[in-house]
Design a binder for this molecule. Structure first.
Ligand code: PEP
Length: 255
C-alpha cells in the first residue's frame, strides 16, 4: 500500500509573527513548483497562524495548529476551538503532544474529546503517543501505547485513513538529542498499524500514516524513512531553521 509521506514541523512556543512569516516564506519559496513526493506541514504558534496561512496560500505547504479545545465556542478564556483553526487556514492539528500531557495536564480522556472535535470540523488530527524512558525500561512500552490508543480513540471509528495521522513520539527522544533506532521505531510503528488494523479494519490500518518524532535531524531521517511502517516525521527543534527543515524534507525521499 502506498502512503504519501508527511514531514511535519512543530514550532512549539517559538517565533514572533514576523519570524514565522519569514520562515514560512522561505519554505514556500523553496518548495513551490517542485515535484513533491512528500507532503509538508508546519505548525506555528496560534498568533502566527493567520499571517502564515496567507504566505502558504497556493503553495504545497499545509498549515497546522499545535492544540485545540474541544468546545466550539463559549466562556473558555484562553482556549481556541476547531472552527477557529479552520477559519485561520489550518488543515491539521497536533493532539496530545507529550509536552501538553506533561505540563498542561492532558490525559487520554481530554485527547479523546479533542480528537472528536477536530474530526467534526474535518481538521486532520496528528495524534501523538509515546512512552517515557522509565516505562520503556520497565518493559511497558506496548501496554502504554495500547492504553493511549484505546482511551484516546474511544468511540471513534474512522473509515477514511487520510482523515487522521498518528505520531509515535517516545518521550525520552523529544528534544533530548536521543533518537530511537530505526529498528525501535519500526517495531513500534508495526505495533500501532496492527492495533489500528484490528480496531478499524485493513483499509484504515494499511493506509494510515504513522510518523516518527523525537530528535529527527537531516542525518537520521533517511534511515528512519527506510523502515516500511515509518511514513514521515514530526520534527520539533530541527524544523525551526528552514534550511535544516528543507534538508530533512530532501533526505526523507532518499531512502
Ligand atoms: C516534537 O516536538 O514533536 C519533537 C519531536 O521535538 P524534537 O524534534 O525537538 O525532539
Amino acid at each position: 500500500m502506498t502512503r504519501m509521506p508527511l514531514i511535519a514541523g512543530n514550532w512549539k512556543m517559538f517565533k514572533t509573527v514576523s519570524e514565522a512569516v519569514e520562515t514560512a516564506g522561505t519554505l514556500a519559496r523553496n518548495l513551490t513548483g517542485r515535484d513533491m513526493e512528500v507532503q509538508v506541514m508546519i505548525a506555528p504558534p496560534f498568533t502566527a497562524l493567520s499571517p502564515v496561512s496567507r504566505v502558504l496560500k497556493d503553495t504545497p505547504v499545509a498549515l497546522g495548529a499545535q492544540n485545540l479545545f474541544w468546545e466550539k465556542e463559549g466562556a473558555f478564556t484562553g482556549e481556541i476551538s476547531g472552527p477557529m483553526l479552520v477559519s485561520a487556514g489550518c488543515r491539521f492539528v497536533i493532539v496530545g503532544h507529550s509536552e501538553r500531557r506533561q505540563y498542561f495536564g492532558e490525559t487520554d480522556e481530554t485527547v479523546n474529546k479533542k480528537l472528536k472535535s477536530a474530526l467534526e470540523v474535518a481538521l486532520i488530527p496528528v495524534l501523538c503517543i509515546g512512552e517515557t524512558e522509565s516505562q520503556r525500561e520497565a518493559g511497558e512500552t506496548f501496554s502504554v501505547l495500547d492504553k493511549q490508543l484505546s482511551d484516546g480513540l474511544k468511540g471513534i471509528k474512522l473509515k477514511d485513513p487520510e482523515s487522521w495521522v498518528v505520531a509515535y513520539e517516545p518521550v525520552w527522544a523529544i528534544g533530548t538529542g536521543k533518537t530511537a533506532t530505526s529498528a525501535q521505531a519500526q517495531e513500534v510503528h508495526a505495533f500501532i498499524r496492527n492495533w489500528v488494523t484490528k480496531a478499524m479494519g485493513e483499509n484504515v490500518g494499511g493506509a494510515l500514516r504513522i510518523l516518527y518524532g523525537g530528535s529527527v535531524k537531516p542525518d537520521n531521517i533517511s534511515e528512519l524513512m527506510a523502515m516500511p511502517d515509518v511514513d514521515g516525521a514530526l520534527v520539533g527543534g530541527a524544523s525551526l531553521d528552514p534550511d535544516i527543515f528543507l534538508e530533512i524534507i530532501r533526505y526523507s525521499r532518499q531512502t
